[in-house]
Ligand binder design. Structure first.
Ligand code: 28G
Length: 639
């Protein structure tokens, strides 16, 4: 089939002007995300060199002017004339828009950013870009401005003849990236670490040269995804010492899988295709799930861990507490689904299934103690699941008998169109009471929650389902959870978490976010979840009132009204200190309040998972370290 689309057609000779006209089509967006994408596109080409076995070091530097330099020690992009185009191959790479996938000449591109479009797109969207190549003792250079060649490729000097490689420096075009052209070290760090995990033996170094003392991070993992699993389980308690690792190629699909269970009840399985995260899974994930469900059940039966009259374990039972990475490399990936993030190639299912089945069977036979530990946990999960099912059925039956399913504490809104409706989840009964008085009844519903809600990181399903606060949220939202989740049943298009502006409030907000993230992550992914931001101060002067939401804001207001003894300043310690009117004016009135949308970066979803387990898990040391390293993040939550 691929022969019908020859190399000629794939080398679409569309001008780079098209990229500048519609940048979003090529890099997804021109926001901060798109800006960072430029780096990944260039690094991807260097990773391809590593996958070809020709490169083991990639260096990324954020320069003081927010240009970025990427250097690899690969073979260097060819400088000879490309016969089809009549110009040096390197110039082809940077000035001709490729459809992604294949270059002329047979070699295929394995990795590829979200859109797999590469260097020419980055060039088109850069104010300027310079490439330097070291080959056969000579250094070559070419410069482009907004995609246009400044001069023909030229030889500019000599280099160590034993050394080869490519260096690319580009400065994103501020007329395209109008939101921001400032790189965030931590964003690049997270994705580059992931890329290093996914390519064993490849070292990636990131340097921030914008500060007086440059910040440097190096990522080098001999064990690749095996070390990725260790990293993800770092803030948890592993159930056994080894990390399983399976590898092989079948039907031209290269498969790598690493896995280890921990003592939690959550599943943290992440899948990748050509180094790109596939949050919606697809055929490779289906193959993986089939393989582990069948292999563990077969083992349990033949070793009498499951008796003849007992039910098979479900996939969920076996995946309780499982951390795993599934990484496949495939020549012609087909992405499906609404967001094109789901792998459609059916050969990937068969390949992962057979490689994992075969090697896992062997592993379990060689490690009976580990097999027993995992299966004992799975059997406990099976019993808890059974208990949870009964608890759920009981509430369903009760619901059918009693009519309305909505929780008693919920003060619902009268409008029934979810688009217009909001629900405020409020910490504490007293603040809940004020909120009920203050609200706009038509569109704002209030659900008060008592005290700290259950930490779902540390509880099994049956306990979670019998928790009143959690049940109230699930029924109020209307969507159901996990497999039953249905976004079309969502009853409010804004879910607003409103807690005190102190450490306890931040903790409660984090508990609620953890619950939503584990049970209905789509609510966060689709932007329905918000944090309310109550004011920190009230300033009264000459019968006028100001509210300040931060220390800076208070200073600014004081600057304006003058600092004298007529100022009456009140610091709010909790929502309970505000009466209904104040609560409305400051935190609930849609025209005056501040809401912070909760977002998550799907490109590095494993990092989001790690954040929640680190913050909410029971290991103290990793949490302390995390809070120390991410003081900014925690402060953000500490509204
Ligand atoms: C530093 C920033 C980004 C790269 C290479 C090396 C080759 C290459 C790149 O080939 C496609 C394939 C052959 C014509 C390949 C060198 C084979 C032999 C390469 C990079 C088209 C381009 N020698 N290193 N591209 N060729 N590094 N780093 O971009 O047929 S791109």
């Amino acid at each position: 089939m691929s022969e019908e689309y020859g190399a000629d057609q794939i080398q679409i000779l569309e001008g780079l002007e098209a990229v500048r006209k519609r940048p979003g089509m090529y890099i997804g967006s021109t926001s901060s995300r798109g800006l960072h994408h430029l780096v990944y596109e260039i690094v991807d080409n260097a990773v391809d060199e590593a996958l070809a076995g020709a490169c083991d070091h990639i260096d990324v530097v954020i320069n003081p002017d927010n240009s970025v330099t990427v250097t690899d020690n690969g073979r260097g992009i060819p400088v000879g004339i490309n016969h089809k185009a009549g110009i040096p191959a390197v110039e082809v790479v940077f000035t001709i828009l490729h459809a992604g996938g294949k270059f002329g000449g047979g070699g295929y591109k394995v990795s590829g950013g979200l859109h797999g479009v590469g260097a020419s797109v980055v060039n088109a969207l850069s104010d300027w870009l310079e490439v330097e190549i070291c080959q056969e003792g000579r250094v070559y250079r070419q410069r482009y401005e907004r995609g246009h060649v400044c001069y023909p490729l030229k030889e500019i000097g000599t280099c160590d003849p034993k050394k080869t490689g490519t260096k690319v420096t580009f400065k994103p075009d501020a007329t395209i990236f109008t939101e921001t052209t400032v790189y965030e070290f931590d964003v690049l760090k997270t994705r580059l670490r992931e890329m290093a995990f996914l390519t064993k033996g490849l070292c990636i170094t990131l340097t921030d040269d914008r500060e007086e003392t440059p910040r440097v991070k190096s990522f080098c993992y001999e064990g690749g995804i095996k070390e990725f699993v260790t990293y993800l389980n770092g803030s948890k308690v592993p159930l056994y010492d080894k990390v399983m690792y399976f590898e092989g190629t079948k039907n031209k699909v290269y498969v790598e899988v690493a896995l280890q269970h921990n003592d939690s009840y959550n599943e943290s399985v992440f899948s990748f295709v050509n180094n790109i995260n596939t949050p919606e899974g697809g055929m490779h994930l289906v193959g993986f799930r089939n393989a582990i469900t069948k292999t563990f059940n077969d083992y349990a039966r033949s070793n009498k861990l499951l008796k003849d009259n007992e039910q098979n374990l479900t996939g969920d039972d076996i995946r309780e507490g499982l951390t795993a990475i599934i990484s496949v490399k495939i020549e012609d990936p087909q992405f499906e689904g609404q967001t094109k993030q789901k792998l459609g190639n059916s050969e990937a299912r068969g390949a992962v299934d057979s490689i994992v089945s075969e090697q896992l069977t062997y592993f379990l036979e060689q490690n009976p103690a580990i097999a027993k530990t995992i299966l004992e946990k799975s059997i406990l999960a099976q019993r808890a699941r059974e208990a949870a099912r009964k608890a759920r059925e009981l509430t369903r039956r009760k619901t059918a008998l009693e009519g309305s399913a909505l929780p008693g504490k919920l003060a619902d809104c009268s409008d029934k169109d979810p688009k217009n409706c909001e629900i405020y989840i409020v910490e504490g009964d007293s603040a809940g009471g004020s909120a009920k008085k203050a609200r706009s009844r038509a569109t704002q519903a209030i659900l008060p929650l008592r005290g700290k809600i259950l930490n779902v990181e540390k509880a099994r399903l049956d306990k979670i389902f019998s928790n009143a606060e959690i049940k109230a949220m699930i029924t109020a939202f209307g969507t159901g959870i996990h497999e039953d989740f249905d976004i079309t049943k969502l009853r409010y298009h804004k879910i607003v978490i409103m807690t005190d502006a102190d450490v306890d409030g931040a903790h409660i907000a984090t508990l609620m976010l953890t619950f939503i993230y584990r049970f209905m992550p789509e609510l966060i992914k689709q932007g329905y979840v918000y944090l309310a931001k109550p004011p920190l101060y009230k300033l009264e002067k000459n019968k006028k009132i100001w509210y300040a939401y931060s220390d800076e804001e208070l200073s600014a207001i004081l600057e304006e009204v003058g600092r004298d003894q007529n100022n009456k300043i009140q610091r709010y310690k909790g929502l309970g200190e505000m009466d209904a009117e104040q609560l409305w004016e400051t935190t609930m009135d849609p025209s005056r309040r501040i809401l912070m949308k909760v977002t998550m970066d799907e490109e590095t979803e494993s990092e989001v998972d790690l954040t929640f387990t680190t913050l909410m898990g029971d290991q103290v040391e990793p949490r302390r370290k995390f809070i120390e390293e991410n003081a900014r993040f925690v402060k953000n939550l500490d509204i």
